[in-house]
Design a protein around this ligand. Structure first.
Ligand code: CTP
Length: 403
């Protein structure tokens, strides 16, 4: 049975991001009942939430479909989330004031509560707000964020609403994971750039941050998949994802090939080195010895090996980082490596490629489909990629072959 979540939304500029929180919660298999404060309705319409959520948005204590909505909602909830939680909400909740449906629900529930505060830095750091947060934490309330970054009005500082995906990850952590459309599927994702040793100190590396692969892993896990992330990075990942850390292309190949037969889909988002030093010096190469000549040899092409072994029910997704001739190069890789889908991007374009949080990608699939996506966050692109995996695996189950 799906978990029941009350999603409270307060009046703040970040209220528009609660729409994405709502969508991701529903996508994770949650039953979502939105509750908007009066203030929230000035920033975002209840209709938007009603359209996305599992039941119509409620905005008032009186006039809701049921006679005592605060107890009905509070008692039946498995989790109450407030995103964004304003300074006013924190104050009222800490003081036990219930003058609207959201604060009444917070007092009427025994379910875990997750608050995602968002406000200006000065407000977040005010002693009154700090004291309210301390009080709420001491009572067992959970907090996600706020993050540091740009705020409304051009300010920069701590107070930004946590990323919607992170809020949903925290929510899933509290209700014991979600079931979703990918429940029962095993998805293996690689991320980061490999490091090929020159000596014990130096390596040949690349500029991949691992953000794209991490986002794909999190998106698949949110939809209920059993996810293994084979990564060269040490960035924190959401709970429930099995992380295998590797360094070189060879190590990545060993882990991925070992686990391939048990995977329904593999997403190779890692930037795997194509060449490595033929031999790694056992001790540090000293400057005094002159300029060294480093002889390179090819690394195993992991994706091509997977393409050769691929069974009918399995999906293979590759990435193509290009600096020109995007479509032609990506199409060639799609065919050569027997992929179902390739996510191609021009790393020389602004906002695309390494280290940034955004990407502009073109998707090419084995059925000849081409989808030129607009510039979007890596988290949003990850959702699109996982949509395609979900569709592709479902088509295979149904006897179809669509990617
Ligand atoms: N890849 C891989 N093993 C390698 C090199 C690449 O599995 N040794 C995977 C990457 O993870 C990516 C895809 O292959 O999903 C394409 O990688 P890319 O470096 O763009 O392509 P290459 O095949 O290396 O071709 P080229 O260097 O000519 O662009």
């Amino acid at each position: 049975m799906s978990r029941r979540v009350v999603l409270g939304v307060c009046g703040g500029i970040a209220a528009y991001k609660a729409v994405e929180v709502c969508r991701l919660l529903v996508e994770s298999g949650m039953h979502v009942a939105p509750v908007l404060t009066e203030g929230a309705t000035h920033f975002v319409g209840p209709l938007t939430f009603s359209a996305l959520a599992s039941e119509p948005a409620r905005t008032t204590l009186l006039g809701a479909p049921e006679p005592v909505p605060h107890t009905t909602l509070g008692q039946s909830a498995d989790l109450v989330i407030v995103a964004p939680a304003t300074a006013k909400l924190l104050g009222k909740y800490a003081a036990g004031i219930s003058d609207d449906l959201l604060t009444a629900t917070l007092l009427a529930t025994r379910a875990p509560v997750l608050l995602a505060p968002a406000m200006h830095t000065e407000m977040w750091e005010h002693p009154a707000v700090r004291a309210n947060v301390e009080t709420l934490l001491a009572r067992g309330v959970h907090l996600v964020g706020p993050d540091a970054g740009p705020l409304a009005g051009g300010d920069v500082g701590v107070g930004r609403l946590a990323d919607p995906a992170r809020i949903v990850d925290a929510a899933l952590g509290l209700v014991g994971g979600g079931s979703g459309p990918l429940t029962g599927r095993r998805v293996l994702v690689t991320s980061g750039g490999t490091r090929e040793a020159i000596d014990p100190v130096r390596y040949i590396g690349n500029r991949s941050s691992g953000k794209m692969g991490d986002a794909v892993a999190a998106a698949a896990a949110r939809r209920g998949a059993e996810v293994v992330l084979v990564t060269t990075t040490s960035r924190p990942t959401r709970e429930g994802i099995e992380v295998v850390r590797v360094e070189s292309a060879q190590e990545m190949a060993d882990v991925v090939l070992d686990r391939f037969d048990r995977s329904d889909a593999v997403v190779m988002a890692a930037a795997v080195a194509d060449f490595r030093p033929k031999t790694a010096a056992p001790t540090k190469i000293k400057k005094g010895g002159g300029v060294p000549e480093i002889l390179l040899e090819p690394t195993p092409d992991i994706l091509a090996m997977l393409g050769e072994r691929k069974a009918a029910g399995q999906m293979l997704v590759g990435f193509a980082a290009e600096t020109g001739n995007l479509r032609a190069n990506a199409a060639a890789k799609l065919t050569a490596k027997r992929l179902d889908l390739i996510v191609a991007n021009d790393v020389t374009e602004p906002g695309s490629g390494f280290e940034v949080d955004t990407n502009r990608a073109t998707l090419l699939d084995s059925a000849g489909g081409v989808d030129e996506l607009p510039l979007m966050s890596k988290a949003a692109l990850a959702e699109v990629v996982v949509d395609r995996i979900e569709g592709g695996l479902a088509a295979r189950d149904g006897g179809g072959a669509g990617p």
